[in-house]
Design a binder for this molecule. Structure first.
Ligand code: TMP
Length: 237
């Protein structure tokens, strides 16, 4: 598969065309951004760690019968994926209260959400990814009712598979965000799963080991990602 021209440069990944219209190459960069791109820093090795982390998780999800766009890791910081027609809706599951939910409702950070709760956000940087709902997503033709219900079911399945994996590493999967797209009429998991798009805490100490280390200027951001990777068995070299 030949890498061709740059199709799109996101905040942390660049997307390249290939000589096959059904496949793209994602390049995980070291750029780390917060507050909708207001703060951007280069964190050495982050691209490589996220690429390896994502490959490991996507393989676990594939093994569990969840279809993903992941095809094959091409290099330390590049992956070959299926080309999806992305649905501009971000699917979030929360097992414990944190982030925007805490700010919105004044909850205590870490409060268990039983059963886990599910939220949708519209993927739109200019608007700061506003919260939306299923009804609006259908009215605005972002997805059909059937697609949205499949996305919800798949996101909960991902939560079941991954909560167990993190739990075995003495970690709490607090929340995470997924993006889906359509590939030959099927709903397929796209984008990435890495500590950039989820919250992971140490079970005992509640130490944050995800992108909140960057958002909250806690330091040792990449070290946090590496700690999680090691505990769940991601091969780092
Ligand atoms: P939030 O608390 O900021 O709403 O985020 C919930 C989870 O989803 C958290 O793990 C971060 C992730 N997320 C992203 O990675 N990108 C996004 O655009 C959104 C809305 C959430």
């Amino acid at each position: 598969m030949q890498k061709q021209q740059l199709l799109y440069k996101g905040k942390a990944k660049s997307v390249y065309e290939t000589d096959d219209n059904d496949f793209l190459i994602l390049h995980f960069r070291d750029d780390t951004s917060a507050f909708n791109g207001e703060r951007v820093e280069q964190l050495a090795r982050k691209g490589e760690i996220n690429n390896r982390f994502n490959a490991f998780i996507m393989q676990k999800l594939t093994d569990a019968g969840i279809e993903t766009h992941f095809e094959k890791q091409l290099s330390t910081d590049e992956v070959l994926v299926k080309r999806l027609e992305m649905i501009p809706v971000e699917c979030v599951v929360r097992n414990f209260a944190a982030g925007s939910l805490v700010r919105r409702l004044g909850l205590e950070e870490g409060q268990a959400l039983t059963p886990p709760t599910y939220e949708l956000f519209h993927k739109d940087d200019a608007l700061g990814d506003p919260m939306v709902n299923e009804s609006l997503s259908i009215s605005l033709d972002w997805a059909t009712k059937e697609q949205l219900s499949q996305m919800q079911e798949l996101t909960y399945q991902v939560n079941d598979v991954l909560s167990e994996i993190f739990d075995a590493g003495d970690l709490m999967l607090v929340d995470f965000k997924l993006e889906f797209g359509v590939f030959h009429d099927r709903i397929v998991l796209g984008d990435e799963f890495s500590p950039d798009g989820c919250r992971i805490w140490d079970k005992k100490t509640k130490k944050k080991l995800d992108k909140d280390r960057f958002r909250q200027s806690l330091g040792d951001v990449v070290e946090g990602y590496e700690e999680v990777a090691k505990r769940i068995g991601v091969p780092l070299d």
